[in-house]
Design a protein around this ligand. Sequence first.
Ligand code: ADP
Ligand code: ADP
Length: 228
Amino acid sequence: MIYMSEVSKIYSNGLVALADITVEIASGDFVFIVGPSGAGKSTFIKLIFREELPSSGKIVVNGRNVANMSPGDVPYLRRNLGIVFQDFRLLPNKTVYDNVAFAMRVVEAPRREIQKRVYNVLELVGLRHKVRTYPAELSGGEQQRVAIARAIVNNPAVVIADEPTGNLDPDTSWEIMKVLDSINKAGTTVVMATHDKTVVDGMRKRVLAIEKGRIVRDQQKGVYGYED
Ligand code: ADP
Ligand code: ADP
């Protein structure tokens, strides 16, 4: 599903963010990316959706080499990825319905199909009753659930998330994890960078620990492994 071979990322200022990463994430995996601040977790996530390009190495996502993909193919790559951020990134002047529908309108799905699917994913995240609400009227946890609904509306093979619980309290974080777990159990691969020890230790999924740009641990049913 996701395969990296000897991937390095050196930013233009010379900083080595990732060095010689080789890893395989299989279809249906649930993987936490952990490690100290500045270790390279966000860079790892950004390489998957081609927000950043590797300096060297090969990155295959859904059978396509992301590193040498033409710019015109990037939108197709991203349609097969659901992306969730720490700060939600909802459109403030659009309703919950429109925030989620927007991603399907972009791919020109038929209107009936859009309605059905938007209701389905909002049901899945427990927010069907909030369709006409605007993001500012929702709690942080509800906004993140809308963001997850938007991420999965086009039925992506992979959901990638960068610190999705970073702005949420522990109870709310746990609700978000239950949603991600059910999406994963339905067959979607989940890759999540996180600092959240409680979440990682509670879920016992595969853990990839990155330190100074290198993978230092790859553990099934893993733990967070740091004190913070
Ligand atoms: P993490 O998510 O683990 O905190 P990042 O992937 O954000 O780590 O960053 C890894 C390293 O790369 C850090 O030293 C960071 O300062 C550096 N870095 C991140 N983005 C850039 C950038 N656009 N330009 C230069 N250096 C960057
Ligand atoms: P268009 O495809 O022309 O943008 P839609 O029919 O998808 O129009 O949506 C028009 C407006 O009606 C949107 O602002 C949306 O918020 C609202 N809307 C559409 N369908 C629903 C629905 N099933 N539930 C709640 N609001 C809806």
